[in-house]
Design a protein around this ligand. Structure first.
Ligand SMILES: Cc1ncc(COP(=O)(O)O)c(C=O)c1O
Length: 345
């Protein structure tokens, strides 16, 4: 029986075409030392990404976490305050590195489905007074993981960015799943980041590349980020090995994200009638099951599903996350639904 892995879209394996792209680039002698800017494939990926994101320049980094941290460190000073959504990746899941490594002071605020309202931002910007840390940036996460893959729309980005810029704050978009938002809205990804100063996208999630993220912004931002990446040990040598699959991700893997969204919706429709299950219709590829009104615990649910070769993370909370990805087919949805209908009733 096939194992169905819903723990994350990061479990996606590279496609054959990605492996072929590595081999072809190698045969063509296109790899070089990227620390001295000599890897042609990295240069091609960065140019392509900058173009797709509508930014002046882009930089390949090792991971989404590294990309977010570089973007924050490159655009702020130690001691600055950064406004983050209280359940955002930058605040919750990056090991506190913005504080421990960057000396930045996170100011978490509650969003609406992950979106920080402009009025909320305005209300937490510190006055220009020596008693306070200087508020210098705000982070938008799009899609927002913990809000269930929630999409922030271009007009919302515009409104928040306008408020931020009016107060001399920079805006960073953690777009680990930006293409999921773009596909859900059926708009180009660049429309979602027009108003932000920097953006990070992950190649290694739904887009299926084995490694890597991109950060993009102005030439000046990328120049600073290049320096910061080096300091964080993120300078890589024949990094074209990572960039070659990344190019395939951007060219071939974006449109298929809608399959993941459809699978999430189909499962939602199967589960929505289960009494006492807290569940919201997914906008993209993430579906949370709220178990707070049921007797089964999150840990028990993960153990029982594992017996049926369905993987979800266990944990001590009440929300089980399921992330739809390229390794999960339409036929698998029925198996997941049957198992959950039995376990959650
Ligand atoms: C919203 C969001 N941002 C950033 C990251 C970090 O990406 P990485 O795992 O490549 O460090 C993740 C990873 O799951 C994420 O979900």
């Amino acid at each position: 029986m096939k194992t169905i892995d819903l723990r994350s879209d990061t479990i996606t394996q590279p496609t054959d075409e990605m492996i072929e792209a590595i081999v072809n680039a190698h045969k063509a002698g296109r790899f070089g030392d990227d620390v001295i800017g000599e890897d042609e494939v990295v240069i091609e990926l960065q140019e392509k990404a900058a173009n797709i994101l509508g930014k002046e320049a882009a930089l390949l980094v090792t991971s989404g976490t590294q990309g977010n941290l570089i973007a924050l460190f490159a655009q702020s000073k130690r001691g600055d305050e950064i406004v983050v959504e209280e359940r955002s990746h930058t605040f919750v899941f990056e090991g506190g590195a913005m504080a421990s490594m960057g000396g930045l002071f996170p100011k978490p605020v509650k969003g609406e489905r992950g979106y920080i309202l402009p009025e909320t931002l305005k209300s937490v910007i510190s006055p220009d007074d020596a008693h306070y840390a200087k508020t210098s940036m705000v982070v938008i996460e799009n899609t927002h993981n913990y809000a269930g893959g929630a999409v922030t729309r271009p007009e919302q980005v515009k409104a928040l960015a306008a408020m931020a810029h009016d107060h001399n704050l920079k805006v960073h978009c953690d777009g680990a799943r930006l293409f999921n938002a773009a596909v859900a809205l059926d708009i180009p990804a660049k429309n979602l980041v027009e108003d932000v100063d920097s953006v990070q996208i992950c190649l290694s999630k739904g887009l299926s590349a084995p490694v890597g993220s991109i950060i993009a912004g102005t030439e000046e931002f990328v120049y600073e980020s290049h320096r910061t990446r080096k300091k964080l040990g993120g300078g890589m040598r024949q990094a074209g090995i990572i960039a070659a699959p990344g190019i395939v991700s951007l060219e071939k893997m974006v449109d298929r994200l809608k399959d993941d969204h459809q699978n999430a919706k189909i499962l939602y429709k199967r589960l929505v009638e289960i009494p006492n299950l807290v569940i919201e219709e997914p906008e993209t590829n993430i579906l949370f099951l709220g178990l707070e009104n049921l007797t089964i615990s999150q840990m028990k649910l993960s153990e029982e599903l594992a017996k049926e070769k369905i993987k979800v993370y266990g944990g001590y909370g009440t929300r089980t996350r399921m992330v739809f990805n390229r390794m999960v087919d339409r036929e698998d949805i029925d198996r997941i639904a049957v198992a959950l209908e039995r376990l959650l009733k």
